[in-house]
Design a protein around this ligand. Structure first.
Ligand SMILES: *Cc1c(COP(=O)(O)O)cnc(C)c1O
Length: 393
């Protein structure tokens, strides 16, 4: 069995491109060119140079000694939090802006919920001197003022989505409408391993630098390339896809996915898609998503803005259905506690998304000589107010 995307854009039963007819030319242009572009030596050279000099890669693979002692296993943290802009998202936006340039596009659109992907997109547009329009729900604009300010400072235009619930899915609809109206000059940067084919595969390939580096870094430190487990949190699933990518066809490497249970999987306030989701279509692909019996998308909930998404990327639905991935869900409370614990054991304040992955030790017992690599997807500066309110600091 293969865990990579097939010719038609599917991972097993999931994926594909379920898009309005009028979007077909845009998506088809990307589908028919992305692999050739990504394989061009000049593309690879520019991508790698920017990852090194602008993002600061390779990100360290850090042996977390005190955390390892506490849980009696060997824990390594892949430090995506040390990237420029503070998370893994920039790996993908750098890649996509270079694809856009190769396709001769001079205008970028994106949608954002919490604003992290908007900031990563505005950053690379400033870097390249390309016009940037970010769609964002009107309610999210109010909730995420600092990220809105960052995008504006970086020169992006933030356009409010005023329809529906005025949140992420409405912003997505606005972005798609914009792309239909501007098919020639505009590229749409999607921020996770979701969307119509080829987006999930393209985003996964850009993020796969994470597992590529883990392999040689672990070889240096432990004399072997493969850990026993790789662990990552899942919103749409891009940091997870990048962390798993080079281990998907290595059966000795256990794949662990951690979703947000919010206030509890069955509380009605959750984002644990693999547990609660049914097959459906969201954001242009067939995947697991949280929905009502008549197919309306359910409003998700998590304390962490980046995991507050009602679906997962098609690769992850496939990993879940085939049993290749072990899926866990972690509540707000357990995540917050794990975030505080990492801060005080290792001197690293993680993003609350990442704190969910760090809470894996509550649910899973590892053996003393297991090597467990956790994707430290982002840093906690952006979440300081949430930590302050929660712990009354
Ligand atoms: C956005 C974000 C996530 C969730 O997105 P994925 O596409 O699932 O990786 C996780 N961690 C951090 C720090 C984020 O900013």
């Amino acid at each position: 069995m293969s865990y990579l995307v097939n010719e038609k854009g599917y991972y097993g039963d999931f994926g594909g491109a379920y898009i309005p007819e009028m979007l077909y030319p845009n998506v088809e242009e990307l589908r028919s060119t992305y692999l050739n572009i990504m394989n061009e030596p000049s593309f690879k050279e520019e991508f790698n140079q920017l990852l090194k000099d602008y993002v600061g890669r390779p990100s360290p693979l850090y042996y977390a000694k005190r955390l390892s002692e506490k849980y009696n296993t060997k824990v390594y943290l892949k430090r995506e939090d040390l990237n420029h802009t503070g998370a893994h998202k920039v790996n993908n936006t750098i890649g996509q802006i270079l694809v856009a340039k190769k396709l001769g596009k001079n205008r970028i659109i994106a949608e954002t919920g919490a604003g992290q992907h908007g900031v990563a997109t505005a950053t690379v547009c400033a870097l390249m001197g390309i016009e940037c329009i970010v769609y964002m729900g009107e309610i999210d604009i109010k909730r995420q003022a600092p990220n809105v300010a960052r995008m504006k400072m970086l020169g992006a235009e933030v356009r409010p989505a005023k329809s529906g619930s005025k949140t992420l899915k409405d912003a997505t609809n606005e972005a798609i409408r914009d792309w239909i109206n501007n098919p020639v000059d505009t590229h749409y940067i999607i921020g996770s391993a979701i969307g119509p084919h080829p987006y999930p595969d393209m985003v996964t390939r850009f993020q796969s630098i994470i597992s590529e580096e883990i392999k040689w870094q672990l070889k240096e430190k432990e004399g072997r390339e493969n850990p026993d487990y790789v662990v990552a949190c899942i919103g749409g699933g891009s940091n997870a896809a990048g962390t798993y990518y080079h281990f998907l066809d290595e059966p000795s490497v256990g794949i662990i996915a951690v979703e947000a249970a919010g206030k509890g999987v069955n509380s009605g306030e959750s984002a644990a898609t693999s547990q609660l989701g049914k097959e459906g279509i969201i954001h242009g692909c067939k995947t697991l998503l949280m929905q009502t019996p008549d197919g309306q998308i359910t409003e998700p909930y998590s304390i962490s803005a980046g995991l507050d998404y009602p679906g997962v990327g098609p690769l992850h639905s496939h990993l879940y259905k085939t049993g290749r991935g072990e899926f866990y869900s972690v509540t707000d409370d357990d995540a917050m506690t794990a975030g505080l614990e990492l801060s005080q054991l290792e001197g690293i304040i993680p993003a609350i998304e990442t704190s969910h992955a760090l809470a894996i030790f509550n649910d899973k017992q590892f053996k003393p000589d297991d090597i467990v690599v956790i994707s430290l997807s982002g840093r906690g500066d952006k979440d300081l107010n949430t930590y302050i309110d929660y712990f009354k600091l």
